[in-house]
Design a binder for this molecule. Sequence first.
Ligand code: UT7
Length: 338
Amino acid sequence: MVDTGLTHPVSRAHFAGLGFAVPERVLSNDELAGMVDTTDEWITTRTGIRSRRLLRSGERLSDLATEAGKAALANANLSAENLDMILCATTSGDYLWPAMACVVQGNLGAKRASAFDISAACSGFCYTLASAAAFIESGVARTVMVIGADCLSRHVNWSDRSTCILFGDGAGAAVLTAGSADAGILTSTLGADGSMVEHVWMPTGGSANPVTAEMLANNEFGLQMRGRDVYRFCVEVVPKSIVESLCRVGLKPSDVDLLVLHQANLRIIGAVAERLAIDESRCFTNVDRYGNTSAASVPIALAEAAQQGRLKPGAIVVTAGFGAGLTWAVNVIKWTGN
Ligand code: UT7
């Protein structure tokens, strides 16, 4: 029999490397207060955000994603030729199509890699981790790059103070490789409730409501969100989903060494952690410096946690995303180091 190297049904996906990239341009709360009717005090107390990074005109999200991907490959001590697959979680890629994963594949010169995007908004990276794990466990791929990248600064309405203060741009990447079945991504839970599509969405620009000159003239363009409803929903569903995921692999919240939640709002992170009785020292946060970077927030947080020495071999790490759809996703990981 020919050994293709792709048949290892007892493997799990392990993190081999992490990297991230954010734009240089910093937008502070004070600067925002000069653009819309808001204050540093309101933004800080309601969200925990102090500044965010924005792409400058002419800068591309694919370049940030490529930079994050190169950093993850270097961290993993691997080269682009080692990649079997590139999955990119994004809802704000360079083009409507093709997928941004293809642009990144070309930039990296990852000639052997298949490439496609996954669209699950702020849950995107956690959905994509689960997908990559399934490809690795089934033997379809052995080495997968998973990217979360978004630039919602290009999609918010900059005159809507209830949303424009929240978002920042960025990209994070992980290289996953097949490894032993006793560690790595142990399980994932994915969820969606399509009855809440209109809770946070981009109603214009798609095929239902293509952008018209009139829409642009009337400033009827951009992301819309019922913030309070999304907040309530996430605080309710995310802890339940984390407990369910842990339970499936014989663990409980007290076993979690690091909780890495989507960085949407410091109050959401606090409320979810409180429901799980996970204290602040076991929660990673960087929402103060980057704001809500959508699909990029979890991989940027993981990469910073690794830099800070907070991801030790054997640690139980839980990642969770939530957002438009509404969607949510949880991954339980037994860390093996990178
Ligand atoms: O990542 C995708 C998923 N999205 C989320 O997870 C977001 C979840 N939601 C949230 O994080 C919060 O709901 C927000 C941060 C968006 C809003 O915080 P909130 O405490 O829920 O505020 P609110 O929307 O209930 O608004 C309270 C007040 C309102 O004024 P009135 O009606 O009480 O007079 C708003 O008009 O604050 C006002 N407001 C602002 N004031 C100053 C809304 N935005 C601003 C602002 N500056 N930027």
